[in-house]
Design a protein around this ligand. Structure first.
Ligand SMILES: Nc1ncnc2c1ncn2[C@@H]1O[C@H](COP(=O)(O)OP(=O)(O)OP(=O)(O)O)[C@@H](O)[C@H]1O
Length: 240
């Protein structure tokens, strides 16, 4: 497996305006089972990519690969984005009974910058406040996560992801379980992030969300079946 970072000797990243990540023949496994098969696909920088596919098609695994937390078994992965990815996992992966408050959970998004358990700076605190406001959860700041509804907890996870202020935001079904108004708010948030230069990739089962993205990637049984930009099909079934 090759991981290429597009950087100069002094560690400065050369900006590539077209793709944040390029995968070439990437496969990934869970244990002995291969669940992503030789994917060749690029993630357009500063755009919104929707990742679709049936349950078990490999969306979460691909997000893990893009985030750098699931090392590919083979293939090459080239990154041109500068920072560490912010990965917002599915709510079901986070224990509901974590004994922390909403504010503490959102503040964990700053750990990537400050390190765990370090005192937050004034700037960190204002970022945490702003992210809670953007997700409409400021009034819940002192509440324990365990006392929140599922949709409220989902907003906390999203606020935590935004608080990381990464230039690569990866979200696993961020609108699942949210009502129509909240879904529209999330869509607007992702558009705002993209407009300010963040590369956004989100897994979704919602055809409307997928249709409104700049770029669509569909998986079936761990294989690429659609790779479509808003301006037309860019690549497709070469890996079928
Ligand atoms: N920790 C794991 N150990 C073993 N197999 C796993 C693990 N996580 C996922 N898998 C398997 O990998 C395949 C891809 O799963 P993945 O979660 O990436 O799919 P998905 O498209 O995100 O599904 P969903 O829409 O249900 O979230 C599935 O066959 C799944 O059973």
């Amino acid at each position: 497996m090759t991981i290429i970072c597009n950087s100069q000797p002094h560690g400065r990243v050369i900006p590539d305006m077209s793709n944040a990540i390029e995968l070439t023949g990437v496969s990934a496994r869970h244990g002995a089972v291969t669940v992503l098969h030789e994917l060749t696909v690029s993630i357009a920088a500063q755009q919104i990519t929707a990742l679709t596919g049936h349950n078990g098609s490999g969306k979460s695994t691909l997000l893990g690969v893009l985030a750098g937390v699931h090392p590919p078994a083979s293939g090459a992965l080239r990154r041109t984005h500068a920072g560490r990815a912010a990965l917002v996992v599915q709510r079901s992966e986070v224990p509901d009974a974590l004994p922390i408050t909403v504010r503490q959970a959102v503040a964990m998004g700053r750990w990537a910058h400050r390190g765990a358990w370090r005192r937050l700076t004034r700037e960190d605190r204002s970022i945490v406040d702003r992210c809670m406001e953007r997700l409409g959860i400021a009034a819940l700041a002192r509440r324990r996560l365990s006392t929140l509804s599922g949709g409220q907890r989902q907003r906390v996870l999203l606020a935590q992801g935004l608080a990381q202020e990464s230039d690569l935001l990866l979200l696993d079904e961020p609108a699942t379980g949210l009502d129509a108004e909240a879904k529209a708010q999330i869509a607007a948030l992702l558009a705002e992030e993209s407009a300010r230069g963040v590369t956004v990739v989100h897994a979704t089962h919602d055809p409307e969300d997928a249709a409104s993205a700049d770029h669509r990637i569909a998986l079936a049984n761990g294989r690429l079946v659609v790779d479509e930009a808003a301006n037309g099909v860019t690549a497709a079934s070469q890996n079928r």
